[in-house]
Design a protein around this ligand. Structure first.
Ligand SMILES: Cc1cc2nc3c(=O)[nH]c(=O)nc-3n(C[C@H](O)[C@H](O)[C@H](O)COP(=O)(O)O)c2cc1C
Length: 187
């Protein structure tokens, strides 16, 4: 698939199944991530690849964090947290490694990581894989961050679920350029 087709037609895929991306595909996804625009080449990113037993372990981390936050959490919600990472055969956790007081503002560092995530989901689409960028409360939970070994200056910006497409691809409505774009100055 050519680049413009992937960029203009990509959709997220929530229903994913195995097999997961091959090692070669995973490496291409990271190669794409590393070409994100990045002010001063700070490389403010770090990624964790989670698959197999790791997804089960991550489910336990989610459940423990959920229970710590709300000790009266019911069984259904605990089970849901445990199963969350198993929505796909592979997950990439995108982490922003924020340098405070750097010449490059923090927002720009986060944006660089976000651009890397966008490159990952678009590259996945171009390879015929399905992907979806998720966050949710687990991304911001301090116990989850500690269990994953994040430092104080690190943030989870995305849980990227990846696998093979297990549904019909959605067809998003085409947005009218005039609804979002104006010439400036207005004549
Ligand atoms: C920072 C960020 C966080 C997101 N978190 C979630 C999430 O937790 N759950 C979810 O269903 N979609 C989440 N989304 C949206 C999906 O990734 C996706 O963009 C959305 O479902 C629209 O589908 P589309 O990409 O095919 O247009 C998030 C998107 C961004 C940019």
């Amino acid at each position: 698939m050519d680049a413009l087709t992937a960029i203009t037609e990509r959709v997220s895929v929530a229903q994913l199944t195995g097999p997961g991306p091959t090692q070669e595909q995973v490496e291409l996804l990271y190669k794409a991530a590393f070409r994100a625009p990045d002010h001063a080449w700070m490389r403010p990113w770090r990624y964790l690849t989670v698959r197999g037993q790791g997804l089960l372990a991550l489910g336990e981390v989610f459940a423990a964090a959920g229970l710590k936050k709300a000790p009266d959490l019911d069984e259904v919600k605990i089970a849901k947290l445990k199963k969350m990472p198993q929505r796909a055969p592979l997950m990439i956790i995108a982490i922003a490694n924020i340098q405070k007081d750097a010449k490059v503002p923090e927002v720009e560092q986060r944006l660089a990581v976000g651009a890397g995530i966008q490159n990952i989901v678009t590259a996945a689409y171009a390879m015929g894989l399905g992907a979806i960028w998720r966050t949710g409360e687990m991304a911001y939970n301090p116990d989850v961050k500690a269990s994953l070994g994040l430092q104080d200056n690190e943030e989870i910006l995305g849980f990227i679920y990846l696998g093979h497409v297990n549904c019909k691809l959605k067809q998003p409505p085409e947005l009218a350029i005039a609804d979002f774009v104006q010439d400036w100055p207005v004549l």
